[in-house]
Design a protein around this ligand. Structure first.
Ligand SMILES: [Cu+2]
Length: 372
């Protein structure tokens, strides 16, 4: 039986606006070069540009044409992305959406090596005459160092995102398990086969949810698919350490070391100290009774708003019937899954009821061709 494709649930207007857009990919510092590639892009309103970072420690920072190595007020800024490999991109990316056809001038604000002055600049919709990209690059070369970054040092004007593999190749791991990211970064957990969770604990009590279930929890997300299209997204809100674990009791994943941290201290309450506490924690682990909380679960193009009509904390990501779903990116930002009810449903918000729909043949969505 063919599964209903995710795309079939999207309103037509939504489809039309996404089909027309182009998504550009730009490398930042690949192969050790102080260079954005491509250096220039001609983009339309609604197009997206994703920056992929390579070794050393680069940034995407917006300037004016006249002052190439200085940030605009409220500049687009990726924040710095430290990474080791010259040819394998960091898991952390930065994506901006082009709002109009005006030029966007970009530089790398790394002062160690004066990247901007050494030609690490980039432009979207640079004029072909007058204030050209070459003229911008020439101004950058003459700019007095040091370059500056936006004063708060936080990502702005785009989406900074990093990824974590959950249970990769059947292992009881989060990889990486030691994430360092600034506030506003989206951390995307990608679920692999078995039935794992990403649940927040305190440092002192791994394998148990924060008191009052006030932390985040993905819930149990079972899948057999590789690669899985099931993800859980969190936003880093501050610089405090964030501790998390897998609450699967079958095999005691937490006690087996399936734990991780965002912004763990390097001394004192370190990730290694947390792992040692997890290994000593008394089974069974517990997770909050409702999911998702504190973050967002997606299965392909659908956001899973509730795990079933009455709540609950586990889903089979391969067979999402009975769940309340909406097209990805549909929900107004800032709203939380637990406050959603039927009165708040925008059009296009759907419950996939128990009877399995007989989908059409083929389908290009993430479920296309998959049988259940
Ligand atoms: Cu697990």
């Amino acid at each position: 039986m063919k599964f209903l494709t995710g795309a079939a649930l999207l309103p037509l207007a939504f489809l039309a606006s996404t089909v027309a857009a182009t998504h550009f990919q730009v490398t930042v510092g690949k192969n050790g070069q102080l260079r954005f590639d491509p250096e220039t892009i001609d983009a339309k309103k609604g197009d997206k540009v994703t920056y992929n970072f390579f070794a050393r420690n680069h940034s995407v920072t917006q300037s004016s044409f006249e002052k190439p190595c200085m940030p605009l007020d409220n500049a687009i800024f990726s924040a710095f992305v430290p990474t080791d490999s010259p040819d394998v991109a960091s898991r952390t990316t930065f994506t901006i959406e082009v709002k109009d056809d005006k030029p966007i001038w970009i530089y790398c604000s790394q002062t160690n090596g004066n990247h901007c002055q050494n030609g690490m600049v980039h432009a979207i919709n640079a004029p072909k005459q007058g204030n050209t990209f070459d003229a911008y690059k020439a101004l950058a070369a003459k700019s007095p160092p040091p370059s500056l970054s936006p004063p708060d040092g936080l990502p702005n004007g785009g989406v900074r995102r990093t990824t974590v593999d959950v249970g990769l190749n059947g292992t009881l791991t989060y990889s990486p398990n030691n994430i360092t990211e600034p506030p506003r970064t989206i951390v995307e957990f990608r679920f692999n086969p078995r039935n794992h969770t990403v649940t927040q604990s305190s440092f002192d009590k791994p394998c148990f949810p924060l008191n009052g279930n006030v932390g985040f929890s993905s819930g149990f997300i079972a899948t057999t698919a590789v690669p899985s299209v099931a993800t859980y997204e969190l936003i880093v809100n501050d610089t405090n350490p964030i501790w998390f674990y897998c609450g699967q009791v079958n095999g005691n994943h937490c006690q087996a070391g399936m734990v991780g941290a965002i912004n763990a201290p390097v001394v004192g309450n370190t990730l290694n100290a947390f792992i040692a506490k997890a290994k000593a924690a008394p089974p069974p682990s517990v997770i909050p009774p409702i999911a998702p909380i504190g973050g967002r679960v997606f299965v392909g193009d659908l956001e899973i708003l509730k795990f079933n009509l009455n709540g609950g904390n586990s889903i089979d990501a391969d067979a999402i019937f009975g769940l309340q779903v909406a097209p990805r990116f549909f929900r107004p930002s800032g709203t939380k899954p637990e406050i959603w009810d039927d009165k708040l449903k925008p059009s296009g918000w759907t419950t996939v009821y128990g009877a399995k729909p007989t989908g059409t043949e083929g389908g290009s969505g993430p479920y296309g061709g998959e049988s259940h």
